[in-house]
Design a protein around this ligand. Structure first.
Ligand code: HEC
Length: 185
């Protein structure tokens, strides 16, 4: 009796979010669902997927790609409209602009994305939602098998939040107010 209860509990933990506690700051089922909704907006705006618009790739810095494209937009996700920033990361090391432009699909490594969620989502970090997608739209994972979506990796010394907290408004590329912020003023 006791044994079967233990087994059922173990099974339930295994099924729920690949063993990731559902109160974790990121990588939960809710984070993955939200990331899918953000991805749908990215595809609808042609920032990702087949037929995506192109821009001139520029040289990147670690940990992002060797060549980058960055887009600033806004999107409505689950009833909330916020700033959406999409970065495309191209590789491998040594890749040239012409190679990326000639065959972007071959050189695309990942999309790293920031979306500013509703108030109260993560007041410590200006309510940014962070996600890293593989080119097919699935979520990349950290070495522990946690999906990279949500408050990544809140409380840790390294990761999206730790590094971006060194930038004004968590945005490295520009200090300009984003379109959504300007609209709300
Ligand atoms: C070690 C530092 C570091 C880490 C970790 C990091 N980033 Fe960045 N990120 C940068 C830098 C530097 C830039 C500016 C690069 C550029 O475009 O020239 C940047 C740019 C970006 C941008 C474009 C907006 C901006 O800040 O200018 C997005 C979106 C982004 N990162 C998402 C992520 C996500 C999502 C993660 C985690 C999966 C992540 N980053 C992890 C350093 C980091």
């Amino acid at each position: 009796m006791i044994r079967s209860v233990t087994m059922a509990a173990a099974l339930a933990v295994g099924i729920a979010g690949q063993g990731i506690a559902q109160d974790s700051p990121f990588g939960t089922d809710a984070d993955a669902d939200y990331a899918q909704a953000v991805w749908a907006q990215m595809v609808a705006q042609r920032l990702a997927g087949d037929g995506m618009i192109r821009s001139f790739p520029y040289e990147g810095v670690a940990p992002h790609g060797m060549m980058l494209e960055t887009f600033y937009s806004s999107a409505e996700v689950q009833g909330h409209t916020g700033t959406l920033i999409v970065k495309r990361n191209f590789g491998p090391e040594g890749v040239e602009v012409d190679q990326v432009l000639a065959d972007p699909g071959k050189h695309l490594g990942a999309y790293t994305v920031m979306f500013q969620r509703e108030k109260g989502y993560d007041e410590d970090n200006q309510n940014w939602f962070w996600a890293k997608y593989l080119p097919d739209g699935s979520l990349d994972m950290n070495p522990k098998g946690m999906r990279l979506a949500g408050r990544v990796a809140k409380g840790a010394d390294v990761g999206c939040i730790a590094c971006h907290s060194g930038a004004e408004d968590y945005i490295f590329t520009t200090d300009a107010p984003m379109a959504m912020d300007a609209m709300m003023k």
